[in-house]
Design a protein around this ligand. Structure first.
Ligand SMILES: [Zn+2]
Length: 184
């Protein structure tokens, strides 16, 4: 068994003070950094990043925070960078997604032209843990795709933050229906 950690979109714009700041984002960044500073046991650790150039209707001047959002994670801006707490982490790969359209799942991203599913498979990964931001969007989409790609998948409930905290119980139910475990 080879288990990888997927750190989803822990970027400046998704943390407090960012263009689309999620409450608890900074704490997630700090806790993920602390996990990775220790003897974590993951065979591979990868990150995903929202990486927008011109994502069309994903951006809006009047966002509904469901399907449309204020501009965020624009390539070349500080908000697109990983959170400062993670800048010392030597990720094995970083998968960028969403250049010209919304992309919630890290499995839509690529690193050097290689997609996440293929990359994990080539590394002998069979199991993944997913953490990051936001629970109800990119973490959810990434975890569902991981399970559908055949990886034994868990979401680490202590290392995520939600846009809509009131909806997390429904997210957990939906994840379990996709055979994604929600664990401490
Ligand atoms: Zn986005």
């Amino acid at each position: 068994m080879g288990r990888a950690l997927i750190v989803v979109d822990v970027q400046v714009d998704f943390c407090e003070g960012g263009a689309l700041g999620v409450t608890g984002g900074n704490a997630v960044a700090e806790r993920v950094a602390a996990l990775l500073a220790g003897d974590h046991g993951y065979r591979k650790v990868v990150a995903t990043r929202d990486h927008h150039v011109d994502p069309g209707t994903h951006f809006s001047d009047e966002p509904d925070y469901v399907d449309t959002w204020p501009p965020h994670c624009v390539v070349g801006t500080p908000g697109q960078e990983l959170h400062p707490a993670l800048r010392g982490v030597a990720f094995d790969a970083v998968f960028d997604k969403g250049s010209y359209a919304a992309a919630y799942s890290g499995f839509e991203g690529t690193d050097d032209g290689v997609g996440l599913a293929r990359w994990l498979g080539e590394q002998g990964i069979t199991d993944v843990d997913v953490c990051g931001i936001a629970t109800d969007y990119c973490v959810r989409a990434t975890a569902v795709d991981a399970a559908r790609e055949g990886f034994d998948t868990r979401v680490l409930s202590g290392l995520v933050a939600a846009v809509h905290p009131d909806g997390v119980a429904d997210v957990v139910t939906a994840l379990r229906e996709e055979r994604v475990d929600w664990v401490e």
